[in-house]
Design a protein. Structure first.
Length: 231
C-alpha cells in the first residue's frame, strides 16, 4: 500500500503489486534492497506518482496479503500464466520462480500499448502469446479467447495448471468458460481502504461455509478460482 502524496489528497493509499525485487547482495549496487512497482496512470493517486522525484521518500506498508502457491506438480505439467492489462505485473515474480518449467504466458490488453512485461518475460524462455481487443498486436480478441483457442495444442493427458490476474470481468469470463476450476489460482484486483483487513472495504463473496465474505487484502488477493462466487 503506497502513499501517493505527502498531504491528505488523496487520503487513502493505493494498492500495488511488486514487479521486481532485489536482495542486498545484488551485483548491481544501484539495485540492492530495491523494489520496482509498475503502475498505470488511472486516477488522482497514480497521477500524483508521475511527479515523484528521484531520491524522494515514499511511504509504503507491506508486504500484505497472501500470494500464489505452487502445488507439487510433475515437471512435465504445463503451467499457464494469464495476465490482463497490469495484471501481468502480479505474475512476473511467479514466472521468475517457474524459470525452466514448461511455461506458457498469455498477455492481453485493449490495444498494443496495454501489453506489458513482454521483453522481461522472454528471458525465461516462456512460450508467450499476445491478444489485443482491437487487433493491433497479436490475436484479435480477449486473452481468455486466445487461451481457450490454444488449449487444443496441449495433449489430452496433460492437465495444465493456471495462474491468472486481471480485471474482474476477465476472471469472471475465465471461470465461466473453464470446465475444471480446481487447477486454477487467481489474484484479484480491488479497491482497498487500508490494505490489512481492518476496514472490510474489499470483500469478495466465496463459497466458504463459515466466512463467505473474504477480504481481498487479507485472505487474498490470491484465491482458488473455484472459491469465488462471481456476481
Amino acid at each position: 500500500m503506497l502513499k501517493t502524496s505527502n498531504n491528505n489528497s488523496p487520503l487513502l493509499r493505493r494498492p500495488f503489486s511488486v514487479y521486481k525485487s532485489f536482495p542486498n547482495n545484488h551485483p548491481d549496487k544501484r539495485k540492492r534492497d530495491c523494489i520496482f512497482i509498475l503502475y498505470k496512470k488511472a486516477g488522482k493517486g497514480t497521477q500524483k506518482m508521475t511527479i515523484f522525484h528521484k531520491g524522494e521518500k515514499v511511504s509504503l506498508i507491506g508486504p500484505l496479503g497472501n500470494g500464489f502457491t505452487l502445488p507439487p506438480l510433475p515437471s512435465s505439467t504445463p503451467i499457464i500464466l494469464i495476465g490482463g492489462g497490469v495484471g501481468i505485473v502480479s505474475l512476473f515474480p511467479l514466472a521468475e520462480v517457474l524459470r525452466g518449467r514448461k511455461l506458457f504466458v498469455f498477455i492481453g490488453g485493449k490495444a498494443k500499448e496495454d501489453i506489458l512485461c513482454m521483453e522481461d518475460l522472454k528471458k525465461f524462455n516462456a512460450n508467450i502469446s499476445i491478444a489485443t481487443e482491437d487487433g493491433s498486436l497479436g490475436f484479435k480478441g480477449t486473452v481468455v479467447d486466445l487461451f481457450l483457442s490454444s488449449k487444443k495444442n496441449f495433449q489430452k493427458n496433460e492437465m495444465p495448471y493456471i495462474f491468472a490476474c486481471g480485471p474482474g470481468g476477465m476472471l469472471k469470463e475465465l471461470a465461466a468458460r473453464l470446465r475444471s476450476k480446481n487447477n486454477c489460482q487467481v489474484s484479484l484486483e480491488a479497491r482497498m481502504g487500508c490494505g490489512f483487513g481492518a476496514c472490510w472495504g474489499c470483500v469478495v463473496k466465496t463459497n466458504h461455509p463459515k466466512t463467505p465474505y473474504q477480504r481481498v487484502c487479507k485472505e487474498g488477493p490470491v484465491f482458488r478460482l473455484e472459491e469465488i462466487i462471481w456476481q
